[in-house]
Write a protein that binds this ligand. Structure first.
Ligand SMILES: C[S@@+](CC[C@H](N)C(=O)[O-])C[C@H]1O[C@@H](n2cnc3c(N)ncnc32)[C@H](O)[C@@H]1O
Length: 299
């Protein structure tokens, strides 16, 4: 990939990874870093022996790559992504970390992994990237293609289906009760997640369950699969309202501030803020992460 001014232009992926997921809140950023570092360590922990060549799908700012390079002194990592901005950012970071000779950066979609040779990798990893890929079976086939026989896929993917189902339920509850606050909550959630069964089927975010991911892996030819679904509920510590409004739950979702400005009347904004803001600032709300860990071998 050529370095160019275009590579440094932000896109929705780099904007979200660099600012959108924490809304500029330093404490939230530290929590996200701790959580994602743990996700990466768990994925690599499934790998029984150090790989020689590893490819990371949707590598973003390099989370999985840095973890692998630190864990295995002899591994060579190919980071692949569709975002030129993130590939450029990760390349610069590799220089800062002194690991530039142990990795390369390839602009490639998960669906084809174009430019990556057949049977060239010992390990294909991914963390929170396939969730954004509409054709997940194609991504598993591409991963299978680039692995050597005996190679392994190890991934962690979030399940957003429950958030989408909650958005569907909010609409039903708002219609049934006529409660204006429920209608506003639905307007918020429906702007960030698919909120009808048709929209769920059409959205890469919600068009899969953990069992379907397992099925895609098996259809692609993977064997000896192991899957774990981890659901972790936790309380969210107090957050400033501005940072809460500036954050969004995933790269394709608008932040709450944009939704309030775009979709809410002034009276609706006031009602919504009066109901939600005190709980956010007092740390009264909880959240849950739902993460699927899947590993399997290419026979
Ligand atoms: C939530 S970020 C995760 C980044 C990184 N894996 C991590 O764990 O920090 C999603 C990543 O998937 C990438 N992505 C989105 N669509 C993709 C596609 N079709 N093929 C490959 N990567 C994709 C984005 O550019 C972004 O880097």
């Amino acid at each position: 990939m050529k370095e160019s001014a275009e590579c440094l232009t932000e896109d929705c992926w780099s904007r979200w990874l660099n600012h959108g997921r924490d809304g500029g809140d330093a404490a939230m950023r530290a929590r996200v870093e701790a959580e994602t570092t743990a996700f990466a360590a768990r994925v690599l922990g499934f790998v029984p022996a150090p790989p020689g060549e590893m490819l990371d799908i949707g590598s973003g700012a390099g989370l999985m790559g840095w973890a692998a390079l630190a864990r295995w002194p002899d591994v060579f990592v190919t980071m692949t992504d569709v975002s030129p901005a993130l590939l450029a950012q990760a390349r610069a970071e590799a220089g800062r970390r002194g690991v530039a000779v142990r990795c390369r950066f390839v602009r490639a979609g998960a669906e084809t992994l174009g430019g990556i040779a057949d049977a060239s990798q010992d390990l294909v990893s991914s963390r929170s990237a396939l969730a954004y890929v509409a054709d997940k079976p194609a991504a598993f086939r591409a991963a299978y293609r680039v692995l050597r026989p005996g190679g392994m896929i190890a991934i962690a993917e979030p399940l957003f289906r429950d958030e989408a189902l909650s958005a569907c339920l909010l609409r039903e509850a708002a219609a049934k009760t006529g409660d204006p606050l429920l209608a506003l909550l639905h307007k918020w959630k429906a702007a960030q997640f698919p909120s009808t069964s048709d929209a769920m089927e059409a959205s890469p975010l919600a068009n899969y369950t953990e069992r379907e991911l397992l099925g895609f892996a098996k259809q692609a030819g993977f064997r000896g699969a192991h899957l774990e679904l981890h659901i972790d509920e936790r309380k969210v510590p107090p957050r400033g309202w501005a940072a809460f409004c500036a954050a969004s739950p995933h790269p394709l979702a608008p932040c709450l501030a944009d939704i309030l400005a775009r979709d809410f009347s002034r009276a609706e904004r006031e009602m919504f803020e009066a109901a939600i803001r005190p709980g956010i600032e007092a740390g009264q709300f909880g959240t849950a992460s739902r993460m699927v860990y899947l590993y399997a071998h290419k026979p």
